[in-house]
Design a protein around this ligand. Structure first.
Ligand code: HDD
Length: 680
């Protein structure tokens, strides 16, 4: 079902789209150009002439093609879509787009990494940004979140320090898009409020399998206000329909070289093939009067609200169904700001939220070159814009008339402030009483209990990954002193972390851990309980001349029938010939593709085909690498030799090793994604 709201942004963007197909080349002044390969010269071998306006215009524009990248979240990728509520949220908020389940609101989402430059790799260990712009009929509403529900620091004034510590070190600009260096861990150990977020940062959450398979969180505490003026504190969640899944670290590092665009490619391709990513919107709500009812401060952004205590209410779904036409115009120029709210949504006194409210608009002024960035097509509200702001760089609106001030008599006081009943935004009238102090509340002083909660909630495999991530990150440090400080700090979370880290980096093992017994766990924090689906999982089928065509065709039908994507990898591109003379096109060679780009690997059946695969060393290596990343490995009839050549036992096979052309079992294994029992 479509409605006028759903298409409002697309229709607005249509006015700005340019299609160059079938057109004549012109200058920016509309003058047709007769020639575009030679500059205007005094003689064929002579100097270029000043009067060559075409050369000058082309070159000047090129010279200024780049704009400053975002100071954080520089590398990102976006998509259009829509949001639709499941039910009216009238009881809690007057926000128009949350009232009517029949109304679809257009959205634009930008996913990002935080630390790296615009050209860095997608699969680095990092927090992922998850920013959503809702183009509502009441103006733009921006939900600017991350894929981790808490943050490193408690007060926005420390954000520049945090960012300086994780960016490449200033004296040599090394390392790119990594936190495994001295300045970051120096900051962490000097600012122990980071402990909880560090646990998430070193967990599998920081190496997602796909943007489509990660959660999103608004992080800060906001307010919902209903039409009667009643307020609830609210935290926002995005829950992916495909479940929450991750890469393994070795795979993530290899992907950073083999396919630095892994996540953007995944998102782009899924949308192009109609596999639209879906995320449900959830809210946790706390009554205003319960502000102090918990053993943590609900305004502290280093704390989550355990879902067992404050359940997540699922209130709607976002579907991303269209790739941008132009990444620069849309994804790069989009400007988010969590101060972009609509009536019914308001702020809390969370000291990080308060500081963020300044930073986002401010940063766009230098990034997008002046105060008119709201007029860029991707940033334009679909609600009409009328005010007395004027001029500035690149102004596009042509405001008519004599009047540009308020109050006025010459234009009957228009544009006129709207009453609350008429949609005018009225701030929630929270009573505030306090002295001006540079201080932090006592209630923000607990830095460890939720780091412990997170650790307690992990499965054994997830704990192992966290310890290995500690060993990697801290093992890269040059300073022995900082290494020891990390060991000592995380002894406050778990003694095992401290001990295994100390052993790995040659630091002293602390006497004991400092953790209270019987501390709680929260089931929602582990990824292992997440939904597992076969949809859009990618399987590499290794095949060569002489493969069994009937079996291959059946395999492809069975896998694609389950929603799994199948790509053929062989020695050479072109087509491979089956034992009965049928042809199948090859998608990749062993040089152009690697096991890390797939979720599972299958060896096509057929004796001659397998013998041909065995002749190359590449096929067994491909298989073994997938196996070592705990992925499913399958083999068709007569294909066991390749598994044996790879060192993967075929007798008494390990979990996720499916021999004998058992397609059903293979699909189940692929759905499972990783087979952790193989960890020795
Ligand atoms: Fe931020 C960008 C998310 C804390 C200052 N932030 C930015 C983006 C996301 C977040 C997703 C990228 C938006 C896009 O795709 O264009 N930031 C967060 C979250 C935080 C957070 C979830 C913790 C709750 N940020 C934070 C603080 C400050 C900033 C404390 C400063 C006071 N963030 C910025 C910024 C950026 C930004 C400098 C850089 C580019 C931009 O805004 O547009 O203003």
């Amino acid at each position: 079902m479509t409605n006028k709201h759903e298409n409002s942004k697309d229709q607005q963007l249509e006015a700005y789209r340019v299609d160059d197909a079938g057109t004549k080349l012109t200058t920016n002044q509309g003058l047709r150009v007769s020639e575009d390969e030679h500059s205007l010269k005094a003689g064929e071998r002579g100097p270029t002439l000043m009067e060559d306006f075409h050369f000058r215009e082309k070159m000047t524009h090129f010279d200024h093609e780049r704009i400053p990248e975002r100071i954080v979240h520089a590398r990102g990728y976006g998509a259009h879509g829509y949001f639709q509520p499941y039910e009216s949220m009238k009881e809690y908020t007057s926000a128009g787009f949350l009232q009517d389940p029949s109304i679809k609101t257009p959205v634009f989402v930008r996913f990002s990494t935080v630390a790296g430059s615009r050209g860095s790799a997608d699969t680095v260990r990092d927090v992922r940004g998850f920013a959503t712009k809702f183009y509502t009929e009441e103006g733009n509403y921006d939900l600017v979140g991350n894929n981790i529900p808490v943050f490193f620091i408690q007060d926005a004034i420390k954000f520049p320090d945090l960012v300086h510590s994780f960016k490449p070190e200033p004296h040599n600009e090394i390392p790119q898009a990594q936190t495994a260096h001295d300045t970051f861990w120096d900051f962490v150990t000097a600012n122990t409020e980071t402990a909880h977020m560090i646990m998430w940062h070193l967990s599998d959450r920081a190496i997602p399998r796909s943007y489509r398979m990660m959660e999103g969180f608004g992080v800060n505490t906001f307010r919902f206000v209903n039409e009667l003026g009643k307020s609830h504190f609210v935290k926002f969640h995005w829950k992916p329909k495909l479940g929450v899944h991750s890469l393994v670290w070795d795979e993530a590092q290899k992907l950073a070289g083999k396919d630095p665009d892994f996540h953007r490619r995944d998102l782009y391709e899924a949308i192009e093939m109609g596999e639209y990513p879906e995320f449900e919107l959830g809210v946790q709500l706390i009554k205003e009067e319960d502000e102090f009812a918990f053993d943590f401060d609900i305004l502290d952004p280093t704390k989550l609200w355990p879902e067992e205590i404050i359940p997540v209410k699922i209130i709607g779904k976002m579907t991303l169904d269209r790739n941008p036409d132009n990444v620069f115009a849309e994804t790069e120029q989009v400007a988010f700001h969590l101060g972009n709210v609509v009536p019914g949504i308001d702020f809390s006194n969370d000291p990080m939220l308060q500081g963020r409210l300044f930073s986002y608009t401010d940063t766009q002024l230098s990034r997008l070159g002046g105060p008119n960035f709201h007029e860029l097509p991707i940033n334009r509200s679909v609600a009409p814009v009328h005010n007395n702001q004027r001029d500035g760089m690149h102004r596009m609106a042509i405001n008519k008339g004599q009047v540009s001030y308020h109050k006025n008599g010459l234009q009957a006081n228009a544009p006129e402030p709207a009453s609350e009943k008429d949609g005018g935004y009225v701030h929630y009238q929270e009573k505030v009483d306090g002295r001006k102090v540079r201080a932090r509340s006592e209630s923000f002083k607990d830095h460890y209990s939720q780091a412990i909660l997170f650790w307690n909630s992990m499965t054994e495999v997830e704990k192992q990954h966290i310890i290995e991530a500690f060993q990697f990150e801290v093992g890269k440090l040059k300073s022995k002193e900082i290494q020891q400080r990390v060991v000592d700090m995380f002894a406050n979370v778990d003694f095992r972390i401290a001990k295994e880290l100390a052993l790995a980096v040659g630091a002293s093992v602390p006497e004991t851990g400092n953790v209270p017994d019987g501390s709680p766990a929260s089931a929602s924090l582990s990824q292992e309980t997440s939904v597992k689906l076969p949809n859009t999982r990618k399987v590499a089928v290794l095949a060569d001349h002489g493969f069994d065509y009937a079996e291959f065709t059946q395999l492809k039908a069975d896998l694609t029938g389950a929603g799994i994507l199948v790509e053929v990898v062989s020695k050479n591109l072109g087509a491979i010939l089956s034992s009965n003379g049928e042809e199948v096109p090859v998608d990749h060679t062993f040089l152009t593709a690697d096991s890390v780009q797939f979720d599972a690997v299958y060896v096509a059946g057929g004796k001659d085909g397998v013998t041909n695969l065995l002749a190359s060393k590449k096929a067994p290596a491909f298989l073994l690498e997938a196996y070592s990343h705990f992925k499913s490995v399958g083999a068709g009839t007569d294909a066991l030799d390749l598994l044996t050549a790879a060192g993967i036992t075929s007798q008494d096979p390990a979990e996720g090793v499916i021999a004998g052309a058992d397609h059903k079992a293979f699909i189940q294994a692929v759905t499972q994604a990783r087979h952790w029992s193989r960890i020795v």
